[in-house]
Design a protein around this ligand. Structure first.
Ligand SMILES: Cc1ncc(COP(=O)(O)O)c(C=O)c1O
Length: 399
């Protein structure tokens, strides 16, 4: 048989932790602290069933035909209105509907990256973003947003874009403070570099009122439609349901136009049915009504996880209690602990965590782990942490 064509070179650059992680789903009785999934209890199944039925029955043209490339006009208008505040004025031309935040990241890579382009990225960074940009093999310039010596102008000069998750970052669960948000926005204005504000966790504040968005901070002229350097990414995945695959990009019209061209060649349009359901979930108040329950459930799970960690892990890891989001980031006290190995030993003990290497563009950081607290019940979280303590001691014993 003649030799088949080779797969693209960038595939050599992927990690096998993701494959191990996906296979872990099949282990019976496993407590999965490694994913980033919402608690399934939050889904309002009856209300969503009614919305889905009426979406088709009452809006067949919008739900069963191809939708416009940029999204249903009424959903773009609704998103523009939801985010317009203070000096920030948005119109439909500032909004592109995408198949989740994942597609938004992909489209940004398509329109802004050439092979070897520079990306200034909050570090550690969201694995899905790194995966989306991997085919272009960008060079990463790390930004530690919590470091006192951060120089955003130096980091952003010459970069195609800066990538940040200011609210409860994935993977660290950390919040970027107000002063740093302001400095990033000023640096974007100063350097001309696009500033990505990826914000899936922006509604998940458990203890305090939400901080200002960089999108809002970057609005320059009250009343004029937004034309600034921030590219804001939103999604329904954390506040409604990830299965809808609905997200949105808010940006200057010039950027929306090129992203729209990239989207047209990627998938023509996002499902009109899912856009209609999303529109109605916001317009009827369903999404806003769900939020208090989501916050109560996740706050209680965060507290249960942190209490179990306080009891079982203080001699093994250091961590900060997050005030929102879905994750705790824990760093091993003993530098001999290799968290890639801990993931494997954890699976033998019935618990799955995510190791830090997958969130490092260079894959070099083996010091930390990401623990999710939104998916499992409080009892399961406690069991998971007990198993993690045992697995960590076993991994240390063999190190
Ligand atoms: C930081 C970040 N960005 C984007 C996404 C993409 O989410 P989705 O494609 O479900 O909207 C996620 C999902 O976990 C995320 O954590």
């Amino acid at each position: 048989m003649p030799q088949r064509p080779a797969f693209a070179k960038w595939l050599d650059d992927t990690n096998d932790v993701t494959a191990t992680f996906l296979a872990a789903g099949r282990i019976p009785g496993l407590v999965n602290l490694g994913g980033g999934l919402p608690g399934t209890e939050i889904w309002p199944v009856e209300d969503m069933t009614k919305l889905a039925t009426s979406a088709v029955a009452d809006h067949a043209d919008e739900t069963l035909a191809y939708a416009p490339v940029a999204g249903l006009p009424k959903l773009r208008d609704l998103i523009a209105a939801r985010y317009s505040e203070g000096d920030l004025t948005l119109t439909r031309d500032n909004v592109l509907i995408t198949a989740g935040g994942a597609q938004a990241l992909n489209l940004i890579g398509t329109v802004l990256l050439e092979e070897g382009s520079t990306v200034a990225s909050q570090t550690p960074a969201y694995l899905g973003a790194l995966d989306n940009w991997r085919p272009r093999q960008p060079v990463y310039r790390p930004m530690r947003l919590e470091a006192n010596d951060l120089d955003p102008v130096a980091a952003m000069t010459g970069a195609q874009f800066a990538y940040t998750v200011p609210n409860f970052s994935n993977p660290t669960g950390k919040l970027v403070n107000a002063a740093t948000r302001r400095r990033l926005v000023d640096a974007a204005h100063h350097t001309g570099t696009w500033l990505i504000e990826d914000d899936p966790y922006g509604t998940l504040y458990y203890d305090d009122a939400p901080m200002p968005r960089m999108l809002t901070l970057s609005a320059e002229e009250a009343g004029a439609p937004y034309d600034g350097p921030v590219i804001y990414l939103g999604t329904v995945s954390k506040e409604l349901a990830p299965g809808l695959r609905i997200g949105w990009i808010i940006a200057a019209p010039e950027m929306i136009e090129v992203l729209k061209a990239a989207k047209q060649s990627a998938d023509m349009c996002t499902s009109g049915l899912c856009q209609q359901i999303t529109h109605d979930a916001f317009a009827t108040g369903l999404a806003d009504d769900m939020l208090p329950n989501i916050l109560d459930l996740y706050r209680a799970r965060r507290d249960a996880l942190c209490a179990a960690m306080d009891e079982h892990l203080p001699d093994l890891f250091t961590w900060e209690r997050p005030t929102g989001g879905m994750f705790v980031w824990a760093t091993a006290k003993d530098p001999a602990l290799d968290t890639n190995r801990l993931m494997e030993v954890g699976l033998e003990h019935g618990v799955c965590i995510s190791p830090s290497s997958v969130f490092d563009p260079e894959g070099r950081d083996h010091s930390s782990i990401r623990i999710n607290f939104t998916y499992n019940t409080e009892d399961k979280l406690v069991t998971g942490i007990e198993r993690l303590a045992t697995a960590t001691r076993a991994a240390l014993a063999e190190a």
